[in-house]
Design a protein around this ligand. Structure first.
Ligand SMILES: [Zn+2]
Length: 265
């Protein structure tokens, strides 16, 4: 095959060739001309390559749009696999590919950042789940307390309720107590105020005295304000209760009072 001699047409084709944008007869003819060793075209092509390289280097790298990325990748792939291979991959295109690679690495770094963020969010979610569990427990406790209050109100506000005031004795003169007995239900509520906290191994025990005999009605500890309440499920006929009392007993309570009496009424 005989290559065409140098002409202005080849010079016009050179920039497009440097861009890798030439195809068809133009590409074939220019390549034949270059292969034949035209010095002028080779010199101009080097200038175009240098210009395009400088241009690629001067562009601030930005995240390419999907279309741009796809196009550049297609061009890179096309340049590598085109048959016949047009020529060596233009350096500016290699630079563009390198820039894409940088952005891909950048993307990986971004993913690492995202993974860190995901871990942080997972930890935050776990923390919130624990918080919700705590709040759940608190809601349950509050509901229980509300239920107890409602039951207490039922006892205290029921018709025919008999109330007895207990006064502080010897060791706790400032202490007070009050019992409410619901004659219909047969239940009673006891409230204590201003009782001192007891040492380890000791408990307060509530009694009612019926037919001259003390009957255990429950043990209790006081809160930091010295208050306590005891719900007595079943008491005998209200009229048979002669008195109420609180004593200090060994932890767990005893069937018969053994310790000091702190409240009586
Ligand atoms: Zn030429």
């Amino acid at each position: 095959m005989t290559a065409a001699p140098h002409s202005a047409r080849f010079e016009e084709l050179l920039p497009a060739y440097a861009l890798g944008a030439l195809d068809g007869d133009d590409l074939r003819e220019l390549e034949e001309h270059l292969t034949a060793g035209c010095e002028e075209c080779r010199r101009q092509l080097e200038l175009w390559d240098r210009d395009l390289e400088a241009l690629a280097g001067s562009v601030v790298p930005v995240e390419p749009s999907e279309t741009t990325r796809a196009r550049v990748l297609r061009m890179t792939a096309g340049a590598a696999t085109a048959v016949p291979p047009p020529r060596r991959l233009p350096r500016w295109l290699a630079l563009a590919a390198a820039a894409l690679l940088v952005m891909a690495v950048w993307g990986v770094a971004g993913q690492t950042r995202l993974r860190g963020e995901l871990e942080r969010l997972t930890a935050e979610r776990d923390r919130l789940a624990r918080q919700v569990a705590v709040l759940d427990r608190e809601v349950t406790l509050a509901r229980d307390a509300a239920e107890r209050s409602a039951q207490a109100l039922q006892v205290v506000a029921a018709p025919g309720v008999k109330s007895v005031v207990l006064a502080g004795l010897g060791p706790a003169p400032q202490a007070k107590g009050q019992t409410y007995v619901n004659p219909r239900q047969g239940g009673a509520l006891f409230y204590a105020f201003d009782l001192p906290a007891l040492p380890q191994g000791k408990t307060y025990e509530l009694w009612y005295i019926a037919a001259g005999k003390p009957v255990p009605a429950g043990t209790f500890a006081v809160d930091p304000h010295g208050a306590a309440s005891v719900r007595v499920e079943r008491v005998p006929d209200v009229s048979s209760i002669q008195a109420w009392a609180v004593t200090v007993e060994p932890a767990g309570g005893v069937p018969q009072p053994t310790g000091a009496m702190v409240l009586k009424g």
